[in-house]
Design a protein. Structure first.
Length: 403
């Protein structure tokens, strides 16, 4: 075969080989370059081709355009990229060399900024850019949103306080298991709230640029209730009567309270030991309860007052003549309906809290008819020595929580 034909065939074969090589190289090593803000937003790919020698592919790029690229001053966004077949990658705006073949970087532009990614190799370079638009109006700033307390007991109130700047409207909302609500409030101010369950309060400040939110959760402390109801061994209660001045009734199964036309007066004394009560507790409520099971005398209703005892006494020694001193004015009172059996109850929360934290000496209480010299009726209540039913003995019910 003539040499020129051989050379011609060899030339065509070489050209075909280069064409196939280029085609396969494009297929195998397509370069993808993307700059994405925060998320891979959907968009139509823009195909950007750069010049390259016929026998080598330098860069083949795709740029995904975010559907959202507007930000506010002081907001940050993330630039992300991927490159193939590149030996060096850099970003302008003072960022400089970045990782290859892929990476990301957080930027916080103060004004509208165009970021350009430059990918290079031995055959040249390719660039791609994205512009982050920074809005000139800032979103509102919530500089303070706080509560005076974040853990409260039922019935307590807290004050929410807030300060904002750049807002045109501010809203305060609340959300709990049972209810939600929202309302407009001052741009800066405070509000007293009394939640009855765990509640999330959200402050929202708005203007033409957008909104800012801040949240505060106020939790309700879970309370516990115990009943101190001692029996004969640990109980301390007794009755004294003015018609039998030296009689001790410490082991009686009942206590009496009231007066008789005899005339004589009957009083009861009780004391509860709080030494087993949990340390560090806060008393929410304390109720002293006696079970009224019988009445003596005409059907006269009267009122029983609880007086703070101010000196010591012993259950097996106390009599009318040696009974302890007590405050003349009752701390609390409870009405009594004659001949109606029921539990009688006195709220002695303040007194019990004082006994517990040792700000009030615990000498117990004296129970007296508030009109001892006027009536003609007295009642009987079961004592701690009552054996026919322990559930009917005197009891001190205490509701409390431990911080």
């Amino acid at each position: 075969m003539p040499s020129y034909l051989t050379e011609n065939r060899q030339g065509k074969s070489k050209e075909k080989e280069i064409y196939e090589d280029e085609k396969n190289f494009k297929k195998r090593f397509t370069q993808v370059l993307k700059i994405i803000c925060n998320h891979d937003f959907p968009g139509n790919p823009i195909r950007l081709w750069r010049g390259y020698p016929r026998h080598r592919l330098s860069h083949h790029q795709f740029l995904y355009c975010p559907t959202v690229n507007n930000y506010h001053r002081r907001e940050s966004t993330t630039l992300s990229w991927e490159v193939i077949n590149s030996t060096a990658v850099s970003i302008n705006q003072g960022i400089g060399t970045v990782a290859a073949p892929s990476g990301s970087i957080t930027v916080t532009p103060a004004s509208t900024t165009t970021y350009t990614l430059i990918a290079t190799n031995s055959t040249g370079s390719s660039t791609n850019s994205i512009t982050i638009t920074v809005l000139t109006t800032d979103i509102p700033i919530i500089s303070l949103f706080a509560a005076t307390s974040y853990n409260i007991i039922p019935g307590e109130s807290v004050t929410l306080s807030w300060e904002t700047s750049g807002a045109t409207n501010v809203y305060l909302s609340h959300e709990s298991l049972s209810e939600t609500g929202s309302g407009s409030v001052d741009l800066s101010g405070s509000s007293v709230v009394s939640p009855t369950e765990h509640t999330l309060y959200t402050l929202t400040a708005t203007n033409s640029a957008g909104s800012s939110t801040a949240g505060v959760t106020v939790a309700i402390k879970q309370s516990l209730t115990i009943a101190l109801q001692p029996g004969p061994a640990l109980g301390k209660d007794s009755t004294v009567a003015s018609d039998d001045l030296d009689k001790n009734c410490g082991n009686f199964a009942f206590v009496g309270i009231g007066n008789s036309a005899g005339p004589f007066v009957i009083r009861a004394y009780l004391q509860f030991d709080l030494s087993t009560f949990p340390v560090g507790a806060t008393i929410v409520r304390a109720d002293l309860k006696l079970y009224h099971f019988d009445t003596y005398g005409p059907s006269q209703n009267f009122t029983i007052g609880i007086h703070k005892a101010t000196s010591n006494w012993e259950e097996n020694i106390i009599t009318w003549n040696n009974q302890p001193s007590s405050n003349p004015a009752p701390e609390y009172t409870c009405p009594v309906t004659a001949y109606i059996t029921s539990w009688l109850s006195w709220d002695i929360t303040t007194l019990v809290q004082g006994w517990y934290d040792f700000t009030i000496p615990n000498y117990g209480v004296a129970l007296k008819d508030t009109g001892e010299l006027l009536g003609n009726t007295f009642i009987y209540c079961h004592s701690s020595d009552y054996m026919a039913g322990s559930a009917l003995r005197p009891k001190l019910e205490i509701t409390y929580y431990v911080p």
